[in-house]
Design a protein around this ligand. Structure first.
Ligand SMILES: NC(=O)C1=CN([C@@H]2O[C@H](COP(=O)(O)OP(=O)(O)OC[C@H]3O[C@@H](n4cnc5c(N)ncnc54)[C@H](OP(=O)(O)O)[C@@H]3O)[C@@H](O)[C@H]2O)C=CC1
Ligand SMILES: O=C1CO[C@H](CO)[C@@H](O)[C@@H]1O
Length: 319
């Protein structure tokens, strides 16, 4: 392999360094994700985005530990994120859920632990507890109470930083009013079709970093239909890419970086993993940024419709 790329970091509001690009792992299967993690570390990635829900934490952990054993990285060189799933929001379940993710990875601390969604689902059974009519059974646990236990995970030394995912501005404001430890990150869907300008400004003003999930438009999302718009095939993106001798994915990721967000593209292909980190050697002009800005169309691809009737469903307001 060629020389690994160097990935810059930004500071979280708790003073820790956060690599500005990470490897996504949703849909990366056991059997392929361990190698993907190893390839990513060899390519220079120092940030892996995981979640209990992705059902692959043991394999992700194997990849990380193999690279530590080889001496390529030390534990403190890599930033590992996991997320608390919706069925574990009840305060008595949070610390144990965190310990379970640690056990899955085979690690003794996480760098970042996020509340995956603001909605709580009924505890104690399947990840999507369903009624006979297919609707999900909700729980009325308040995420503010869940957050207190996230803070406990920090106090216990299980995690270094905590944050949220899929929270809207109102939910963040409510959390900020009652927290002791402020959320460092809000991980949300963010790409050129949903550029999240207002939420980015809102979070920046409160020193919260936006992690951009589905940054490439999640072309492998299970519900994608033939004919759905594909960001990577957009002729305007292709034209910009040609100008810089870069790929459409590299242009799209660079756009997100220049917007101050932290993209976490998923790939299990070594070639694309390498490609996706080769974005720190060029800069899009403001004219090219403006062209990509015009794509914004509230094009939400991950609507989590099973939660849509929950009082804390985050996508019923502007941002
Ligand atoms: N907090 C949350 O609720 C959510 C978090 N996430 C996180 O964000 C990550 C990324 O989002 P995700 O939805 O997976 O989608 P992405 O936008 O990262 O797209 C992934 C898809 O793009 C392909 N791809 C990757 N690189 C390239 C490239 N250079 N050129 C062409 N195709 C490419 C991948 O294929 P291949 O693998 O074959 O290369 C895969 O099909 C997730 O994996 C997860 O970690 C995602 C959704 C929700
Ligand atoms: O991270 C995620 C990946 O996609 C899932 C299916 O919609 C989401 O529930 C989850 O937020």
């Amino acid at each position: 392999m060629s020389q690994p790329s160097h990935c810059p970091t930004i500071k979280l509001n708790d003073g820790r360094n956060f690599p500005v690009l990470g490897l996504g792992t949703w849909k990366s299967k056991p059997g392929e994700v361990e190698q993907a993690v190893k390839d990513a570390i060899d390519a220079g990635y120092r940030h892996i985005d995981g979640a209990f829900f992705y059902d692959n934490e043991p394999e992700v952990g194997k990849g990380v530990k193999a690279k530590i054993a080889e001496g390529v990285i030390r534990r403190e060189d890599i930033f590992i994120t996991s997320k608390l799933w919706n069925t574990f929001h009840r305060p008595d379940l949070v610390v144990d859920a965190c310990r379970q993710s640690l056990k899955n990875f085979g690690l003794d601390y996480l760098d970042l632990y996020l509340i995956h969604w603001p909605m709580a689902y009924e505890e104690g059974g399947e990840l999507f507890p369903t009624n006979p009519d297919g609707s999900v059974r909700y729980s009325d646990v308040d995420f503010v109470d869940t957050w207190k236990e996230m803070e406990k995970c920090v106090q216990l030394g299980l995690v270094k930083s905590i944050g949220v995912s899929n929270f809207n501005s109102k939910q963040l404001d409510r959390l900020l009013k009652s927290c002791t430890i402020r959320p460092t990150v809000n991980q949300v869907e963010c790409h050129a079709y949903l550029n999240q300008r207002k939420l980015i400004d809102f979070c920046n003003a409160r020193n919260i970093i936006i992690t951009a999930y589905s940054p490439l438009g999640s072309p492998d999302r299970p519900w994608a239909k033939p004919g759905d718009p594909n960001l990577l095939e957009d002729p305007k993106v292709k034209k910009i890419a040609q100008k810089y001798s870069k790929s459409p994915a590299q242009v799209i990721l660079r756009y997100l970086i220049q917007n101050g967000t932290v993209p976490i593209p998923k790939s299990v292909s070594k070639q694309r993993i390498v490609e996706n980190i080769q974005i720190f050697d060029f800069e899009l002009t403001s004219a090219d940024m403006d062209v990509i800005d015009t794509f914004d169309c509230n094009g939400r691809l991950i609507p989590q419709l099973d939660g849509k009737d929950h009082p804390e469903y985050p996508f019923n307001i502007d941002f």
